[in-house]
Structure formats: structure tokens, C-alpha cells
Design a protein around this ligand. Structure first.
Ligand code: COA
Length: 155
């Protein structure tokens, strides 16, 4: 599946970014009876917005990467189109995000996982940290993964 996918960093405020916000709204907010406010979205100005397209150039998933400091990158708003879930798209986007983290020298990826998504992140080697907490009405766990930034020593 992943060879038919492409992940692109889209620029904040462009039509491609607007499309990711709509997908996030459909998958992550509307089911909870919530909506993004302009203030929430404007705070994402400096973040990395990753959009994932299939071979027909349709948007099938997206996520946001926020730089917490120069060591930690926070993966947020991971959303896969409903009819495309469980086809490897989420895994592909997480792997692409880890490539970005390693490229940019981050040491750790952190995230707040919905309880229902914890098994997905566990499969991708993220570890649960601490006790559960409530965020956007749902039980969440903090999870994290250390990035392997060691240079490969070639003989
Ligand atoms: C959670 C989500 C991002 C996962 O993406 P996806 O494309 O559906 O998942 P993938 O197909 O890449 O799954 C990768 C592996 O995780 C497993 N997995 C995915 N979602 C899972 C879940 N909810 N529970 C258990 N396992 C899950 C898959 O079975 C697969 O395992 P396999 O390789 O052994 O077959 C996606 O389903 C989604 O958008 N869900 C709704 C929104 C959401 O919960 N976002 C996360 C907020 S923290």
C-alpha cells in the first residue's frame, strides 16, 4: 500500500492545508460535536502539516508536527479518511514523520494518544508514559519514541 502513497509538507493557509483541516474536522472533531476555532488553527502557523495522497491524488490522511523545543517533536491530529482506515496509511504517515524528525535532528517524538488509538502506536514502538488523562472529552495517554539519529558508520 505505502508505495502508492505520497506524503507532502503543505504550507499553512494554502488550499491543500485547508483540505487537511477539513479532513481533521471530519475525523477528529465532528464526531465529538466539536469544531476548530480560528484561534486554535492560527496557533499552528509554524507547525509542519503533513498531507498524504493516494495514487489518484486524493487526500487520504494528514497530521501535524509541532516543534516543542529543539529536541522534541509532537505528533498531533493524526487522521485517516474513514473509508481508508486500516490500510497502512496511518503507519506510513507516522514513518514519514519519524523521517522528518530524524532529518531535522529531533531526539524524541511525543504524542497524546486517544485510548482507542493506543494499540496503533504500540505497534509502531511508541511507549505509554504515565497515567491516562482527559483531552477533548476523551481518555488519552502520553506516548513517546526515541529517534535513532546515530550516523551509520560505513566501512
Ligand atoms: C488511528 C489511525 C490514525 C490509524 O491509522 P490507520 O491507517 O487506520 O492504521 P494502519 O492501517 O496504518 O495500521 C497499522 C497497524 O496498526 C493497527 N491498528 C490501526 N488502528 C488500530 C486500532 N484502533 N486498534 C488496534 N490496532 C490498530 C492495524 O491493524 C495495523 O496492524 P498490522 O500491521 O498488524 O495490520 C486511524 O485509524 C484514524 O484516523 N482513526 C480515527 C482518528 C484517530 O483516532 N486518530 C488518532 C488520534 S490519537
Amino acid at each position: 500500500m505505502s508505495k502508492n502513497l505520497i506524503a507532502i509538507e503543505v504550507e499553512f493557509g494554502t488550499p491543500a492545508h485547508d483540505e487537511t483541516v477539513k479532513l481533521r474536522d471530519d475525523i477528529l472533531r465532528k464526531p465529538l460535536g466539536l469544531a476548530f476555532t480560528p484561534e486554535q488553527l492560527s496557533k499552528e502557523y509554524a507547525d509542519i502539516h503533513l498531507a498524504c495522497y493516494n495514487s489518484q491524488h486524493d487526500l487520504v490522511g494528514c497530521l501535524v508536527l509541532a516543534r516543542l523545543d529543539n529536541k522534541e517533536l509532537k505528533m498531533r491530529q493524526v487522521a485517516v479518511r474513514e473509508d481508508c482506515q486500516r490500510m497502512g496509511i496511518g503507519q506510513f504517515m507516522v514513518e514519514e514523520s519519524e523521517n522528518i524528525a530524524q532529518r531535522d535532528g529531533f531526539e524524541k517524538m511525543v504524542l497524546h494518544a486517544r485510548n482507542t488509538a493506543v494499540p496503533f502506536y504500540l505497534k509502531l514502538d511508541y511507549k505509554k508514559i504515565g497515567k491516562p488523562f482527559t483531552e477533548v472529552k476523551l481518555k488519552h495517554y502520553k506516548m513517546e519514541k526515541t529517534m535513532s539519529n546515530q550516523e551509520v558508520i560505513k566501512n
